[in-house]
Design a protein around this ligand. Structure first.
Ligand SMILES: C[S@@+](CC[C@H](N)C(=O)[O-])C[C@H]1O[C@@H](n2cnc3c(N)ncnc32)[C@H](O)[C@@H]1O
Length: 202
């Protein structure tokens, strides 16, 4: 199983604030584009992939929404508005969760009240975790076996302190190339690399 984690530090954690109106912030487009890139190939969901969205914005942080390609089937649409309709439902469902609690939202969708740090520790217990960054080890020469997790940030960089924390936990930096790309584009490159190795979903 391949897992993509997107850290969106300013993304809303309550349904009422998660409305994709112009001017609301880049997180709306970044998050929705990442969901599509991580979970979908043309005409199908990627059955061996999950994405965890770690939101820390207002008004009830932290929240993690997990979408699993294997059970998701399809979504109402792959445009920003449709994706956020699904995420709003998840945040609404999770509004009364206590810390460390989670609940299902619909097929292939869960919401949890969980910190980013806790999520990383959980992923590390399952397998290697890679922090995606242009200066990391080259993905082309790095052996990758499932289960593995790939961590991304949205348009806001990871705080330095957190970078050091991840390194201490044993998270390795991994690069898809020297250019700083959009997180959603990196996800496509990672999938392409896995597909070419025959390690992607059937
Ligand atoms: C738009 S970039 C973030 C830009 C942010 N302003 C910064 O300076 O870190 C989004 C994320 O995509 C990932 N990323 C971008 N380019 C990458 C590359 N060449 N290799 C691996 N990951 C990359 C990183 O996780 C990065 O934080």
């Amino acid at each position: 199983m391949w897992d993509f984690v997107l850290r969106a530090r300013k993304a809303p954690t309550t349904a009422a604030l998660a409305t994709p109106e112009p001017g609301d912030g880049r997180f709306l487009e970044v998050v929705s584009h990442c969901v599509v890139s991580a979970l979908f190939a043309s005409r199908r969901a990627r059955a061996d992939t999950t994405i965890h969205l770690a939101f820390d914005g207002p008004a009830a942080p932290p929240k993690v929404v997990r979408l699993a390609g294997a059970e998701l089937g399809s979504l109402p649409g792959l445009d920003e508005r449709s994706i956020w309709q699904v995420l709003r439902q998840a945040l609404e469902r999770g509004q009364n969760l206590a810390l460390a609690q989670s609940c299902p939202v619909g097929p292939g969708i869960w919401v949890a009240k969980m910190s980013f740090e806790q999520l990383v520790r959980e992923r590390l217990a399952a397998g290697p975790v890679y922090a995606m960054a242009p200066a990391g080890d080259d993905i082309r020469t790095t052996p990758l076996e499932p289960p593995a997790s790939f961590l991304f940030t949205d348009h806001l960089a990871m705080p330095r302190k957190q970078d050091r924390y991840l390194t201490r936990l044993g998270v390795r930096a991994l690069s898809v190339g020297p250019e700083m790309l959009l997180a959603s584009h990196c996800m496509v490159v990672v999938h392409n690399e896995l597909d070419r190795r025959g390690a992607g979903s059937p």
